[in-house]
Write a protein that binds this ligand. Structure first.
Ligand code: GDP
Ligand code: IMO
Ligand code: MG
Length: 422
């Protein structure tokens, strides 16, 4: 079964990009299956940092195919910028990058609607990245979206105009103008550029690879707690971020899926609004933010920080069918004398639960913690698991026992090489 899926188990930014880049050499293709430029996947190697938004994180390996799947919402302007940046850095993506003709296009008017929707929500704002994700997926489900393949049709301009006219009518009751005129020129020039790329039916491409016995790594964006069905709704993104999304987002049958890699930080972060039981709004949270450089890769917003949340992780592991865990940013906890892990919640009515209640109720639970002794070691200097301090080994064993999944990778720094296999 040659498809493995990699997903974030928290609220995104777990370090998915780094691990995809590390694992990519053992695959023939890396394929993104959902999300869009709301993602920011950071890769660091050879003293350089790269942030990818829509380009799959296998792009630095020239012999690996990189596929933008049908489940993705693609902003052509951002995509062109990303690819230009890669070209400037000497990366040749011209032969190994494929884009699904069935991926949805993000239009300037989708971005405008995202902003209008968010403003209209008053004090229940999602904290969206405002990249047009929600409105584009709404149009997809509403069967009025434009797909990448449409840009090859002679009537693309008319289809575009129809879509914008509809967006204008959506905005009208809010007394808002879309104000997209200034963005249309760059949009159409990015469409011209997109036409020159390898646009294809990537479901055939991927299934042909599978019939040749090739291996595919499906790259998730966002995190399980941002999933449209199972996340902290409505404070979620608009796609299926869990492993099942890889099937519909790539056109791959579930029977091809083998491993599911679950990526989690050794603590927890969230950008945007919504419940976050273990959030620390004190100096400890500030310390985590500082040590972990927890500022968004896309918007630069400070990330909310807190302790690791085991009920939430157990839920995500269940939904995804995680077969192995990768514990990221362990080094960020180096300076802490003591770490906390939330083992269960106390509900507003005083009951103890290890299950994730409904999002509304999740706002009201009190996390109950187990204290873990810190390791007082500079993990960034560690090169193999045998060098782990006893306290870290104890923490890993504790997590494995609580979560019932083996931790196969411990990440101790942003660089590719700071990746310890167990
Ligand atoms: P993604 O969206 O899941 O790919 O994650 P992001 O790239 O948005 O955020 C992860 C951040 O943590 C990036 O700045 C990475 O360079 C950084 N990072 C990844 N792994 C580690 C690690 O083990 N230690 C430290 N200190 N930073 C890491
Ligand atoms: P990666 O792939 C962290 C969050 C936003 C907001 C909510 C909805 O880098 O892990 P949207 O723009 O999708 O309408 O925003 O989801 N969000 C992310 N948070 N990492 C991401 O991606 C995210 N993509 C969206 O902050 O709360
Ligand atoms: Mg990110």
């Amino acid at each position: 079964m040659p498809v493995d899926v990699l997903v974030g188990l928290q609220w995104g930014d777990e370090g998915k990009g780094k691990i995809v880049d590390v694992l990519a050499p053992t695959y023939d293709a890396v394929a993104r299956f959902q999300g869009g430029p709301n993602a920011g996947h950071t890769l660091t190697f050879d003293g350089m940092k790269h942030v990818l938004r829509q380009v799959p994180s296998g792009i630095f390996h020239p012999h690996i195919l990189n596929v933008v799947g049908n489940g993705v919402v693609l902003d052509p302007v951002v995509f062109r910028e990303e690819l230009q940046k890669l070209t400037d850095r000497g990366v040749d993506w011209s032969k190994n990058l494929y884009i699904s003709k069935k991926a949805q296009l993000i239009l300037p008017s989708h971005r405008a609607l995202d902003r209008i929707n968010e403003e209209a929500r008053g004090n229940t704002k999602i904290g969206s990245t405002l990249k047009g994700i929600g409105p584009t997926y709404s149009d997809k489900i509403g069967r009025v979206g434009l797909r990448v393949g449409n840009i090859l049709l002679p009537d693309f301009q008319e289809r575009y105009k129809e879509a914008v006219a509809q967006h204008v009518s959506i905005a009208a009751p809010y007394n808002k103008k879309l104000e997209i005129e200034e963005f249309e020129e760059e949009f159409f020039s990015a469409i011209e550029f997109l036409r020159t790329l390898q646009l294809t039916d990537t479901e055939y491409l991927l299934n042909d690879l599978l019939s040749q016995g090739k291996r595919i790594l499906a790259e998730g964006a966002q995190g399980s707690l941002l999933d449209i069905d199972f996340g902290t709704y409505p404070y979620v993104t608009s796609s299926s971020t869990i492993s099942a999304g890889a099937c519909t987002g790539l056109g791959i049958s579930p029977r091809h899926i083998d491993k599911v890699y679950g990526i989690t930080k050794a603590y927890c972060t969230r950008v945007g609004s919504g419940p976050f039981p273990t959030e620390l709004e004190d100096e400890v949270g500030e310390e985590l933010r500082k040590a972990g450089r927890e500022f968004g890769a896309v918007t630069g917003r400070p990330r909310r920080c807190g302790w690791i949340d085991l009920p939430a992780l157990r839920y995500a592991i269940m939904l995804n069918g995680v077969t192995e865990l990768h514990l990221m940013k362990a080094d960020v906890l180096d300076g802490f004398a003591e770490i906390q892990a939330c083992t269960h919640y106390r509900t507003a009515t005083g009951e103890s639960t290890t299950r994730l209640p409904d999002p509304g109720e999740l706002q009201t639970v009190t996390p109950e913690y187990q204290a873990i002794p810190g390791w007082h070691t500079d993990l960034t200097q560690v090169t193999e698991a045998a060098q782990f301090p006893q306290e870290l080994s104890d923490y890993l064993n504790f997590l494995e026992k609580e979560l019932q999944v083996p931790i196969r990778i411990v990440s101790v720094g942003p660089d590719r090489v700071s990746t310890i296999l167990r």
